[in-house]
Design a protein around this ligand. Structure first.
Ligand code: SF4
Length: 376
C-alpha cells in the first residue's frame, strides 16, 4: 500500500489536502470528459484510506517538530519549501508540506464519486480524518446526483454528522436532451432530487454548469432548462465551467457529426439567456474556471442579477477587434476578467497576439481553441 493522489480537484479546492477514497470514475461515460477515460474504477479499502490519513498526520508532525527545533511557532515557508524539495512527488510528506504552506484548513476527497462508497465506511473515513487532523474547517467531495438521490437525506445527514461539509456536483446542464446527448447518466429530475437531498441533509451544494454543452442545436434549451434546474434546487454555489472539446474526449468525434461547438460570442449569448432566466433565484454564481471567458462573471443572486447581465453585455457590446483581443488575451492567461482589459500593457500584449495570428476571425477562433486545450 502506498500513498495515492488522484488527478483532479475543483478550482476552489486548490488549497485543500487531497485524500483519495476511490480511483477514477464509476460512471466514466460523459462524452465531454477526458479525465478518467481508459482507466478502471475501483474502491480503495478502508484500511488503505486510513493509512494515507495516518501518513499525512505523521508527516505533519515531523515538519512541526522540525519547526519547534528551529524555534518557529509555525513551520516557515522556507522550511516547508525544503521539505517539498526533499520529498518524493506524490508522497504523503509532499502533500503535508504543501497543505501546511496553503494554511492546512480544508480537505477534498477524491476521485469522481466518493459518496458511492458504502456510507458507513465513508463515515469512518470522515471521523478518522477529523480525529487525526483536528482543526479542519471544511471537508468536501465530488458527487454524482444519481448517487445523492439514491443515498437520500438520511444517509447524507449521517455523512454531514461525520464531518462532510460540501459536495461538488456536475449538473453540466438542466436540459434532458443535452444530458442524453453527452451521456451524463442524469436528468433534470435526478439533479433536482439529488441536489435537494444534499441540501436537506445540511450539506453545502456546489453545482457545476457547462456553458456551450448544447452546441448550436440545443443552446437555447440548454440555457433555459439549466436555469430552471438551478431555480428548482437553489444550490449554495452555481459554478460555471465552459466546454472545451479536446481530442481525448469522445465528444471530439461527434464534432460535425451531430454536435456543432459554439464560438465564444455564441456562448456569451447563451449565458445571457441563462442569466435572464435566473431572475429571483438565490445562489452564488461563481466563474472560477480558467476556461470561462469572463472570469469576473461572479455575484450573489438575486441581488447581483443586473450586474451580471451588464457584464455580459459589456463584452457583447465591444467592437469586434476588441473582442478578438480580449478573447485571445484571456485564453493566453493575460486577463483574469473583463476588468483587466483596460490595463494598457496587457492590452498591448493581447493586440500583439491578434497580429501574430493574422487577425481574421477564423484564425482567432483556431488560436483560442488551441490555447483552451492547454487548460483541460
Ligand atoms: S464528468 Fe464526472 S461523472 Fe462524468 S465521466 Fe467525468 S468524472 Fe465521471
Amino acid at each position: 500500500m502506498s500513498f495515492e493522489q488522484g488527478p483532479i480537484r475543483p478550482p476552489s479546492e486548490a488549497s485543500s489536502l487531497l485524500i483519495r477514497v476511490g480511483r477514477n470514475c464509476p460512471w466514466n461515460k460523459c462524452t465531454f470528459c477526458p479525465v478518467y477515460k481508459g482507466r478502471t474504477f475501483s474502491r480503495r479499502s478502508l484500511e488503505e484510506v486510513i493509512v494515507d490519513i495516518d501518513e499525512v498526520a505523521d508527516a505533519l508532525e515531523i515538519v512541526r517538530e522540525e519547526a519547534r527545533k528551529l524555534d518557529q511557532s509555525r513551520p516557515s515557508p522556507r522550511l516547508l519549501t525544503s521539505f517539498l524539495r526533499s520529498s518524493h512527488a506524490g508522497s504523503a510528506m509532499q502533500a503535508a508540506a504543501w497543505w501546511l504552506l496553503r494554511g492546512e484548513r480544508t480537505v477534498f476527497l477524491q476521485d469522481a464519486d466518493p459518496l458511492s462508497m458504502r456510507t458507513e465506511k465513508l463515515e469512518k473515513v470522515l471521523r478518522h480524518l477529523h480525529r487525526r487532523l483536528p482543526g479542519i474547517t471544511r471537508v468536501t467531495a465530488y458527487a454524482r446526483t444519481a448517487t445523492l438521490a439514491s443515498r437520500g437525506p438520511e444517509k447524507l445527514r449521517a455523512l454531514r454528522d461525520a464531518g462532510l461539509d460540501r459536495v461538488h456536483v456536475g449538473f453540466e446542464s438542466g436540459s434532458d436532451a443535452v444530458l442524453e446527448l453527452v451521456r451524463k447518466g442524469a436528468t433534470q429530475a435526478r439533479h433536482v432530487k439529488g441536489g435537494r437531498a444534499a441540501i436537506e441533509a445540511g450539506l453545502e451544494l456546489s453545482a457545476y454548469l457547462m456553458p456551450g454543452l448544447g452546441g448550436r442545436a440545443l443552446w437555447k434549451e440548454h440555457a433555459v432548462e439549466s436555469a430552471r434546474c438551478v431555480a428548482a434546487v437553489e444550490p449554495h454555489f452555481t459554478r460555471l465551467r465552459s466546454l472545451a472539446v479536446v481530442e481525448r474526449a469522445p465528444l471530439h468525434e461527434m464534432v460535425g457529426r451531430g454536435f456543432e461547438p459554439m464560438g465564444d460570442d455564441e456562448v456569451m449569448r447563451e449565458l445571457r439567456l441563462f442569466l435572464e432566466n435566473l431572475e429571483g433565484v438565490t445562489t452564488k454564481l461563481r466563474s472560477d474556471h480558467i476556461l470561462n471567458l469572463l472570469g469576473d462573471l461572479e455575484g450573489d443572486l438575486p441581488g447581483d442579477h443586473q450586474k451580471l447581465l451588464d457584464l455580459v453585455d459589456s463584452y457583447l457590446d465591444l467592437p469586434e477587434p476588441d473582442r478578438f483581443a480580449y478573447r485571445l488575451g484571456r485564453r493566453a492567461g493575460l486577463f483574469r476578467g473583463l476588468y483587466e482589459f483596460g490595463d494598457p500593457s496587457k492590452r498591448a500584449r493581447a493586440d500583439a497576439l491578434v497580429d501574430s495570428v493574422g487577425g481574421d476571425p477564423e484564425a482567432v477562433d483556431a488560436a483560442c481553441l488551441e490555447l483552451m486545450g492547454q487548460w483541460v
